[in-house]
Ligand binder design. Sequence first.
Ligand code: ADP
Ligand code: MG
Length: 388
Amino acid sequence: MTYETLQQQFQMLYQHKAQGVASAPGRVNLIGEFTDYNQGFVFPCSLGFRTLVLFRRRTDQQLVVHSVNYPGEHDSFALDQAISAGPSQWGNYIRAMAYVLKKAGHSLAGADILISSDVPQGAGLSSSAALEVAVAGAFNQISALGLSLQQIALFGQQAENEFMDCQCGIMDQLISAKGQQGHALLIDCSDLQTTAVPLPEDIKLVIINSNYPRKLVDSEYNQRRLDCEQAAQKMGVRTLRHATLELLNDTAPKLSDTEFRRARHVITENSRVLATQKALIANDMLTLSELMRASHLSLQNDFEVTVPPVDGLVEICHQLFKDQIAVRMTGGGFGGAILCLCREEHIEPLRQAVLAQYTKKFGLTADFYLCHAGSGLQIELFNQQNNC
Ligand code: ADP
Ligand code: MG
């Protein structure tokens, strides 16, 4: 949907023009899965898919929200009263942002808001973080909060943790806020240092959405986090970032089989992230392929977050081009998407192979996205005279 159409829709809903738009991207994680909340390394890149939040400040304390993606629904709540969960799940993400900002002592002005997004939802491409970061960007602008990109990301994570009951790490919100066009971002989650790494032009990002319906994901996700914390505690380290394979093997008798495997995934995944950074800079597809294959198998067998359709998609791609492409599941797991790093000539054969085999095997239809690395949070003001 173009800005112009969106502005018309805003005008129709609210009988006045939007003052500006905050927009933030979805993301794909090249490698480093479930390492963020263990203070390790992650290597995501922001996508061209974006969530747009058109806004206009109101004179009262009401926040009114519509989303083009949920036509016929809206949410409305008072910022000067206690904020609790509302009638719609999607509206709660906006309530969550207002809740954490207010809790931190920020005073928020009321606003009319219209959301529109082309980030696929529930595909592991982090439409929720894109929404949180764009909404926080809008609040930041409307109420002149003076927040940095890192603060916006941290508030987004807090919103998921405290209001949405999802114990996610910082990766999704940080890449959505700080992503750079044409680059992946190596993030050290222990101190939030970021290093932008250019993606070689001839490496293509193909994302294939399994469209497997995810159920009860948050409880599984939260359980994984607990397993990691317990493993770290039994190993005598603050977080799994500080553990080594040697320590893991030495303390193995103290750990349950599940804790051992969860910890092994995190420890080996951290090394794979750093090796991937080097391989990407060297444009070394063979090494990228090996690292991503190892990551997928570790997520499948040790962290146990894959499902058969996602494993199946990875196998279809792997069987076709073996070490000429790098392929693995990406995102929070239990469904979602896979990522293929490949060359231009692989794209069409991959699409054909998936078309021919996936539905037959799993009764689902996959979506195929050819992506590029887009920029992080952006704010655009439509009419300087009307802005607060
Ligand atoms: P993911 O972040 O992997 O896409 P989540 O389940 O964490 O999956 O977040 C998806 C949820 O975020 C949606 O079910 C919806 O509640 C909310 N959401 C995402 N994008 C939008 C949007 N454009 N408008 C309203 N709500 C949205
Ligand atoms: Mg999410």
